[in-house]
Design a protein around this ligand. Structure first.
Ligand code: MN
Length: 415
């Protein structure tokens, strides 16, 4: 007689509906979109430190930045392109000849050529017609292909653009040699169901040789939408460590990878046990703290306090943990506090070879709860106020800005 399974796994029931890539190409955007997180900037040397670990962790492609942005940025891309990394180094360019030239000069082997697609972007930002966008895109793709680069073609705001235009644009750039097509949910308005419809339609109309997606987290759906795209046959998901990126950020590298590995059993080529180290390095260098309740890499992701939960975990970790903390380089923590139960205390006492009688345990438990509840929140409040001061408005202070205005010699026009 076989033992019944401890937990049922219903992912098998939807297996026939998934078209997951056998070898996903993890495309990291931490050093480009991640650096565009408000208040974040990386020096070339900092980019190299992050890139080395990203490469070591197993990321297939990493976007090093946009070399035309500044001399320092060009130096950073050049540094990464010549660092002998295992990961492919990509740099980004607008559909402007000088931008593509800067990528060619950087030594990066991969380029992402980007232009906007939606009417609001064309009319108010680019001030270009669809025909002009198409011609600029074709020119840039050909320029990059002639230089021997692997070309990904990206449109911003793809999923809010007229489909007929998207179809024509992507079909023509693919014919012109673009190796990979990237669909962007630039403002994060897709839902898994709508994105599935969109990508099925995209594949039917355009037949991309290689499909990639770029999802933002404005409604907290970046990881879910990215997973949906992978289920629909996308190969190269854009991700950022700790979910960094513009506004609410991008799909998080660790979440997308663990969904694939742990929920669907897909090998991503990522050394998952190094993800926490990577997460902490990016936290340190970016200065953006990881939320305590962030999936997988937040402090609380493998911590247990409540008595019922701790008791369950001590009996069998499957009760309240979907994966072992070691898988992502973490440790489990039992937190003593208001919600603790006797089991946690028994376990704690074992560390020093101690046992206690039941009345002793109840006495100890009461003390633990009372002490926790009596704790002052003063330190926490100080920390939060400081956090708000530093993070509410990162970047240059107004005071510094107006001083510069004064130094430049700009004066108010008197009435
Ligand atoms: Mn973006």
């Amino acid at each position: 007689m076989t033992e019944p399974a401890l937990v049922e796994d219903y992912h098998a029931a939807t297996a026939s509906e998934r078209h997951l890539p056998e070898h996903p190409v993890i495309w990291d955007e931490t050093l480009r979109d991640g650096e565009q997180t408000p208040g974040v900037h990386f020096s070339p040397e900092e980019k190299l430190r992050i890139a080395e670990l990203l490469s070591d962790v197993g990321v297939a492609i990493l976007n090093a930045g946009i070399p035309v942005v500044s001399d320092k940025e060009a130096r950073a891309v050049h540094l990464l392109a010549h660092a002998g990394l295992k990961a492919k180094v990509l740099a980004a360019a607008r559909t402007v000849p000088a931008d593509v030239d800067a990528v060619i000069a950087s030594g990066a082997t991969h380029i992402a050529i980007f232009v906007a697609a939606s009417n609001v972007h064309l009319r108010f930002k680019l001030k270009m017609t669809q025909e002009e966008v198409l011609q600029a895109s074709l020119r840039s793709v050909r320029q990059a292909k002639e230089a021997g680069l692997h070309v990904a073609f990206v449109t911003e705001d793809t999923v809010r653009a007229p489909f007929d235009f998207v179809e024509r644009l992507y079909r023509e750039v693919q014919e012109a040699g673009a190796d990979r097509l990237v669909v962007s949910d630039t403002v994060g308005i897709m839902t898994p169901l709508t994105f599935r419809w969109y990508l099925q339609e995209f594949r039917r109309r355009i037949q991309p040789r290689d499909l990639s997606v770029h999802c933002h987290n404005d409604f907290g759906l970046a990881t879910a939408n990215t997973l949906t795209a992978l289920e629909c046959g996308a190969i190269a998901p854009h991700v950022c460590v700790n979910g960094l990126g513009e506004r609410a950020g991008n799909a998080s590298l660790e979440e997308v990878v663990l969904c694939l590995e742990s929920l669907y059993g897909v090998h991503t080529g990522i050394k998952t046990e190094k993800l926490y180290e990577l997460s902490q390095l990016v936290e340190e260098i970016s200065g953006i703290p990881i939320a305590a309740n962030k999936a997988l890499v937040g402090y609380n992701a493998f911590s247990h306090e409540a008595g019922i939960h701790t008791h369950g975990i001590l009996a069998h970790t499957l009760t309240y943990e979907p994966l072992q903390p070691e898988v992502v380089g973490r440790e489990r923590h039992m937190i003593l506090g208001k919600h603790s139960g006797k089991a946690a205390l028994v376990e704690k006492l074992k560390e020093r070879g101690m046992t206690a009688t039941d009345p002793m345990l109840l006495d100890l438990l009461q003390r633990v709860k009372t002490e926790t509840e009596a704790r002052s929140k003063e330190d926490l409040h100080h920390f939060l106020l400081e956090y708000r001061r530093l993070y509410e408005r990162p970047g240059l202070s107004d005071e510094d800005f107006w001083t510069m205005v004064d130094v430049v010699g700009i004066r108010a026009v008197s009435a």
